[in-house]
Design a binder for this molecule. Sequence first.
Ligand SMILES: *[C@@H]1O[C@H](CO)[C@@H](O)[C@H](O)[C@H]1NC(C)=O
Ligand SMILES: *[C@@H]1O[C@H](CO)[C@@H](O)[C@H](O)[C@H]1NC(C)=O
Ligand SMILES: *[C@@H]1O[C@H](CO)[C@@H](O)[C@H](O)[C@H]1NC(C)=O
Ligand SMILES: *[C@@H]1O[C@H](CO)[C@@H](O)[C@H](O)[C@H]1NC(C)=O
Ligand SMILES: *[C@@H]1O[C@H](CO)[C@@H](O)[C@H](O)[C@H]1NC(C)=O
Ligand SMILES: *[C@@H]1O[C@H](CO)[C@@H](O)[C@H](O)[C@H]1NC(C)=O
Length: 493
Amino acid sequence: MTRDGKSQAAFWILAAGLLSVLTGLVSAVRPPHIVFILADDLGWYDVGYHSSEIRTPNLDRLSAQGVRLENYYVQPVCTPSRNQLMTGRYQIHTGMQHQIIWPCQPYCVPLDEKLLPQLLKEAGYDTHMVGKWHLGMYKKDCLPTRRGFDTYFGYLTGSEDYFTHERCYNIAPLNLTRCALDLRDGEEVATAYKGDYSTELFSQRAVGVIKKHNSSKPLFLYVALQAVHSPLQVPERYLAPYSFIEDRHRRLYAGMVSAMDEAVGNISLALQQEGLWDNTVLVFSTGTQTYANLQNQTQKCGVLRCRSSVPSGLHRHPQKGLCVCRWSDILWVNVFLMFFFFVCFWKVDEVKYQLHCLLLAGPGRRSRLTLARGVAEDRWAKSGFNVSIHAAIRSSNWKLLTGYPGCEVWFPRPGDNGSDCGLSKLDPLKPIMLFDVEKDPEERNEVSAQFPSVVDYLLTRLQEHQKTALPINYPDDDPKCDPGPTRAWGPWA
Ligand SMILES: *[C@@H]1O[C@H](CO)[C@@H](O)[C@H](O)[C@H]1NC(C)=O
Ligand SMILES: *[C@@H]1O[C@H](CO)[C@@H](O)[C@H](O)[C@H]1NC(C)=O
Ligand SMILES: *[C@@H]1O[C@H](CO)[C@@H](O)[C@H](O)[C@H]1NC(C)=O
Ligand SMILES: *[C@@H]1O[C@H](CO)[C@@H](O)[C@H](O)[C@H]1NC(C)=O
Ligand SMILES: *[C@@H]1O[C@H](CO)[C@@H](O)[C@H](O)[C@H]1NC(C)=O
Ligand SMILES: *[C@@H]1O[C@H](CO)[C@@H](O)[C@H](O)[C@H]1NC(C)=O
């Protein structure tokens, strides 16, 4: 269960070596097709190859043929994570560090940012997107079709019903809860798919894109699945293998993961059938980690220091990502590797949460920051970093957390009764916590007192990062967002 620090280190060295070879190769070869499948809120202990009770034969097989990245970080919430993937920049550098974009907030990824699909278009790619956008849509210029994608089929907000494709949201300035469709084909509202389970709908779309693609051109296909974000919904047939799971939420979630795994299988099969496979870089990653079953169930025990079950999803930690990369003889990884080395930094006050993220320099210099509540500690004042800010930074084997870590308990691995893995309180909660995550990947032994110079160094680094942050853009809800009783969520400005 415990991950092996040495093998991680070896992986990173290997990755660094590969990277330099690859950059040399890239210019000489035909650009590969890139298919990036992003799952939503998938946890560490939710794939078969991590000894889960959930079966993911396609992911297991594909990852066994490729590379499993077991030690990289994604953002804890959707918008910042997707912002990074699309811009290659931390959200502290796009002003999107605060939380997520709610349906009525009039902002999006700054329009002067050139997004990944735009860059790939310039490099000669056909670019297609299927699934969840969540990078803003209050005006048309923010839509995926205007940000570099030739085609788009999906939903613009952060979550919705898997079957009806409706999103309900309380429009505060109107004191009104509105439920409306959120599904678009290109820029047009797509009304014909009520009842179609989104995991199947989106994988069919992705397969359609692949089938239509003229293989003489390089393809970029971004499949941002709804799975396995809440709500817990899945067609009955996916539940059959999981009758042994007693917890109903975990059972539903397991079924959702199975459907997602099937989607990945279908997409990879289509790539093979269309003759694209041998020149395709396929990446599967989580965008964020488990949130779908709020029932404390999907974490491998101790993988995360703690998990909040706060349903708003505000108090969550930056999360360990999960990635499967498969490529054939040609390796062209820079484009997506930039996604894997991110750091994150959250600042919180009573009302709003400010999420800051920082880009890592590369393998071996991982660091990240998180969210915290206000607790001051004068002792470390000379770094200049305000340790009441909820933050975390990782550098080589060290991880430093400041402020409140998000919650006070450990969550057990599903089905695990061991007291060691139970919901034990973190005692005491300190405003500064240091862990040697290579020796102690589950972050159980707090060692800041033994390594004060490491703490000083990391706080100084935090402060340097914080100085580069842009002001937060997190506007109030605009009542003009209201789609009314008959229309769909979408651009209003
Ligand atoms: C909001 O609406 C509810 C009923 O729908 C009402 O009870 C409440 O007073 C309203 N609040 C405000 C601030 O108008
Ligand atoms: C995968 O393809 C099979 C065969 O076409 C289909 O029955 C199934 O619904 C697909 N699964 C998903 C998740 O799209
Ligand atoms: C694919 O594109 C190439 C080059 O543009 C063209 O010559 C060929 O006819 C296209 N194939 C199909 C099936 O459209
Ligand atoms: C999470 O676990 C705790 C402790 O077992 C339990 O009290 C709580 O009800 C669980 N949350 C949910 C939503 O089931
Ligand atoms: C530190 O941050 C907290 C909360 O973010 C804030 O209330 C406090 O004023 C800050 N302290 C200083 C010295 O800036
Ligand atoms: C947990 O406890 C239940 C009931 O006591 C038992 O059936 C189950 O096998 C235990 N699970 C583990 C992983 O020990």
